[in-house]
Design a binder for this molecule. Structure first.
Ligand code: THU
Length: 124
């Protein structure tokens, strides 16, 4: 799958000397552009940015606001997005936004609604 291949490629740029856990992500916009990201760590830990948020912030900072799917690949066979990244996804994505987690052999497909049910919304 092309999007997963791009996530795996992006993982090579991971800056993760503290956890030694590399993650890559590839985010597909509704106009079919792909933005990649990797995790970037800090010695003081809290500024660390996950691969998924790196990809989102790159895309959003270049004017993209509508997204179809993201592929995520970590150092485990199936690396699921953390809660903070799921919340960021819910800011910009519809319930049916696709989340692919996996590796170069297999992947699993979810929707954002499945991974973040009952998300916070000030209007509900
Ligand atoms: N990490 C990600 O980049 N994405 C995830 O979905 C889970 C965790 C990063 C954060 C940190 O650099 C390392 O993986 C270990 O938590």
């Amino acid at each position: 799958m092309e999007l997963m291949d791009k996530a795996i490629e992006a993982k090579k740029n991971s800056y993760s000397p503290y956890s030694n856990f590399k993650v890559g992500a590839a985010l597909l916009t509704k106009d079919n552009k792909i933005y990649t990201g990797c995790n970037i760590e800090s010695v003081s830990y809290t500024p660390t940015c996950c691969a998924e948020r790196t990809a989102f912030f790159k895309a959003i900072s270049e004017g993209k606001k509508e997204f179809k799917a993201i592929a995520i690949s970590g150092d485990t066979p199936f690396c699921y997005p953390c809660g903070v990244c799921r919340q960021v996804m819910s800011e910009f994505c519809d319930d049916d936004f696709k989340i692919y987690v996996g590796n170069n052999k297999e992947y699993k497909e979810y929707t954002l609604k499945e991974l973040l049910p009952y998300s916070f919304d000030m209007e509900k």
